[in-house]
Write a protein that binds this ligand. Structure first.
Ligand code: NDP
Ligand code: HSE
Length: 437
């Protein structure tokens, strides 16, 4: 068979990794898909910039549309990122009937429904394993490996940069800004790192995971998102004293009346494997009815881990090039006519445990008042620690863990607690997940 010819849009961290992995493992890859995969045309913004890969034999351009429209290019790999011009380029490739491999979770979360529809109409496909959890083959695991199951929920650490920052702050006491700069230098962070820090990148990925887990359309606008930037080191410390780690989790859970989709810092019991996923590693825990819980773990970002997923997609695409389009793995795991538009529930409807930290005046009756407010709202306290007053403010921290309850009830209880004269504003609230089956 003649080689398959690839055009690549972007030669940065991921694009450079793809070129390197494809070249280094060319023989293995050829044996796996029966044809050689050659990159023949590549686009970047700067033609003279230093690259992590050799570019001999590849035609270079600053015009990505010329790569897409090159009649010699059979498959387009989009690893430039951002919504535009990536959107127009992928649309054009699909319109031309060319399969697309992309790592662009932001674009898929916003435009994936229409892009998948266009691909299906043109008898081609969009492959996107690298868009979630870097090198971890979570899309394949859910769409294919768990196809027998009804997936009830999943919870994952799905942003490598955020987890890298949290781990370094916890273990080395390093500042947020310093660790973020390192994550950027290592190529882990998004072009706009607030996407990593504020949970937006994780929300993009959760949108994709929920769609393939539940066979629903992509609904990014429904994801409740809280970032890491407000997290304080004392809460990380108190959580550990209570036997928990704080991780930024993306959680998707199916209910009779819809699905909950949320990304936020979360207390996880230390004994759970997810609580021990550190650095740039990602992990996704999936609970499905037949198999129970399964866990997928690996590097969540970086040149070669992400290239591993992009090249695996290329191999899949090459293997399916001659297959009937209606018999390929569906984009969102179920055949297009069977996608069900599930409502996304508001965060106020979610049931979870809570960690609360209240800064209170050191006065008689304070604890009794807090206990009374919680009891009035039917809230059960699971654990409580009282720390010494800070010498500057004379406020002492009271840290509470509650049994699970509905967020709307907790909102009302927090308002009532914040109206007590002895309680300083604001009360810190972090959600707790036991992650038990
Ligand atoms: P980089 O910023 O390292 O690379 C982007 C590349 O695209 C650069 O080579 C850049 O050119 C090129 N580019 C950008 N805009 C244009 C344009 N208008 N025309 C031509 N070339 C352009 O990004 P990453 O490799 O880190 O990320 C790429 C994609 O992969 C993103 O969607 C990201 O979210 C996703 N991703 C990234 C991971 C990672 O670990 N970094 C992991 C998983 C997914 P130049 O080099 O000349 O500036
Ligand atoms: N910025 C992303 C992360 C890249 O840190 O997880 C991988 O998607």
């Amino acid at each position: 068979m003649p080689p398959v010819r690839v055009g690549i849009l972007g030669l940065g961290t991921v694009g450079g990794g793809v070129v390197n992995v494809l070249r280094r493992n060319a023989d293995q890859i050829t044996r796996r898909c029966g044809r050689r995969i050659d990159i023949i045309h590549a686009a970047a913004r700067r033609l003279d910039a230093p690259r992590i890969c050799a570019l001999d034999g590849i035609l270079l351009t600053t015009d990505p549309m010329s790569v897409v429209e090159n009649p010699e290019v059979d498959i387009v790999v989009e690893v430039m990122g951002g919504l535009n011009p990536a959107h127009a380029l992928i649309e054009r490739a699909l319109t031309l009937g060319k399969p697309v491999v992309t790592a662009n979770k932001a674009l898929l979360a916003h435009e994936g429904n229409a892009l998948f529809e266009l691909a299906e109409a043109r008898g081609t496909m969009v492959a996107f394993e690298a868009a979630v959890a870097g090198g971890v083959p979570i899309i394949k695991a859910i769409r294919e490996g768990l196809a027998a199951n009804r997936i009830e929920w999943l919870a994952g650490i799905i942003n490598g940069t955020g987890n890298f920052i949290l781990t370094a702050m916890r273990d080395a006491g390093r500042s947020f800004a310093d660790v973020l700069a390192e994550a950027q230098a290592l190529g882990y962070a998004e072009a706009d790192p607030t996407f990593d820090v504020e949970g937006i990148d994780a929300a993009h990925k959760l949108t994709i995971l929920a769609a393939i887990a539940f066979g629903m359309p992509l609904k990014f606008e429904g994801v409740y998102t809280e970032g890491l930037s407000k997290l304080q080191t004392e809460d990380v410390r108190y959580a550990r004293e209570l036997g928990y780690q704080i991780k930024q989790l993306g959680i998707a859970r199916r209910h009779d009346n819809g699905v909950e989709l949320r990304v936020h810092p979360t207390l996880i019991p230390e004994r759970r494997l997810l609580a021990n996923v550190d650095g740039v590693k990602n992990a996704v825990l999936v609970w499905a009815d037949a198999v129970g819980s399964t866990l997928y773990y690996g590097a969540g970002a970086g040149a070669e881990p992400t290239a591993s997923a992009v090249v695996a997609d290329l191999v899949d695409v090459v293997r399916t090039l001659t297959a009937d389009p209606t018999h390929r793995v569906p984009h969102l795991a179920v055949v297009p006519s069977q996608i069900t538009d599930l409502p996304v529930l508001p965060i106020s409807a979610v049931t979870t445990g809570y960690y609360l930290r209240l800064m209170v005046l050191d006065q008689p009756g304070v604890l009794a008042n807090i206990a009374r407010v919680l009891a009035d709202h039917g809230i059960n306290i699971e654990a409580m620690i009282q720390k010494e007053a800070s010498p500057e403010t004379q406020h002492l921290p009271i840290v509470l863990l509650t049994h699970p309850l509905q967020e709307a009830v907790m909102d009302r209880a927090i308002s009532a607690l914040e109206s007590l004269d002895s309680v300083q504003l604001p009360i810190v609230r972090i959600r707790v997940e036991s992650l038990a089956g």
